[in-house]
Design a protein around this ligand. Sequence first.
Ligand SMILES: [Ca+2]
Ligand SMILES: [Ca+2]
Ligand SMILES: [Ca+2]
Ligand SMILES: [Ca+2]
Length: 422
Amino acid sequence: MIIRSCFYYYYKQPHMKIKALGKQLNPKLYPSLGIMVLLTGTLGLQSSFAQEENSKKEVKPLLFKQQMVASESYETVGVYDVNKDGKPDIISGAFWYEAPEFQNRHFIGNVKRFGNGEYYDDLAHIPIDVNGDGNMDFATGGWDNQQMVWMENSGNNQEWKQHLIDQTGNVETARGWDVDNDGQVEIVPNNPGHPLKFYKLEKDAAGKATGKFTKIPVADKQGHGLGFGDVNGDKRGDFIISNGWVEAPQDPLKGKWIIHNEFELGTASVPILVVDVNKDGKNDLIVGQGHGYGLDWYEQKTDASGKKRTWAKHPIDPFVAQYHTMEWIDLDGDGEEELVTGKRYRAHNGRDPGEKDPLGVFYFKWNGESFTKHVISYGPYGVGKGAGVIFAIADLRGTGRKDIIVAGKDGLAIFYNEGTDY
Ligand SMILES: [Ca+2]
Ligand SMILES: [Ca+2]
Ligand SMILES: [Ca+2]
Ligand SMILES: [Ca+2]
């Protein structure tokens, strides 16, 4: 099935471009250029022509081709080379699926169901070689068992062994972020109603992973939703929770983290993205509503002193519910990142607003003033695909283009990126 991205909007109005140029000439970023424009105006005119030329560069919408992999209902997925044959495999729930066809599956181990039977204690998927044996393992967690665990890649066709990381409190999901900037991700669970903390994998003197984790406390309590990125521009990654951002100390392992209650994001997505949407030099937030309608970006603004910070909310898509997860990645290869996200099918097993609305996976492209929506998949159950709790983006075929691999209670699917050559 070929799915044509739609709602593509390519804006050509020259007067709009000049306005956009004015926005881009941030004097902090281009001080000498800014002064020259003020003095002569000539360069500004030339720049606007150059900008007009740039605006004519076509960035066509991508085509995607869907392949169903399995009718399983796990909500997370990872992509990496399980059997070390040089090809990336797909790992989701109780199975991994062998490249290049992803039709041969291998059993990892049973995953416990909970609640009314629709959920699994497998709400995360963080690839990490925990025991340093060269076989990629993964970390996951459960709401019901209140644990983070890691699954040991057996390296053969035996079942994978489960190891406890910690009893964390209910796990909404978790992500791997390099909090201390040493090149190795830390494990960060989103535990609504419980403290915010992260887990660092310890290494021995030779730099080999030991299988042991150290817990580092961050904040007394967190809500639904979690993000990581540098909010205040000091080059240290901060945490975003539903009611504020938590400022990183100089030493993120030993220092005190400081909460700034500057917003209220509701049942926010995981991740909350920390990216500079409007390219003004200050990182903004992109927030989905995991259990309601809405997808917004929050523009970071500071007063003249640079100290008082406010956040202006801008809608991206108010009309789709259960934006529970997202990624910020250059999907179309134009050197700019796009927002990739979608609706989580049956996020609360039928109890959320918008539960019966169509499903979808989308990418949103920043057009200089707002986001333009492109549809990868859309429709009722069986036609449109839900995005699950964690999806993966990887080049599965060696085409140089990034494919999207999506799990969920409506099955496991690949959206092959067919590019723009059509
Ligand atoms: Ca391993
Ligand atoms: Ca920071
Ligand atoms: Ca910004
Ligand atoms: Ca791009």
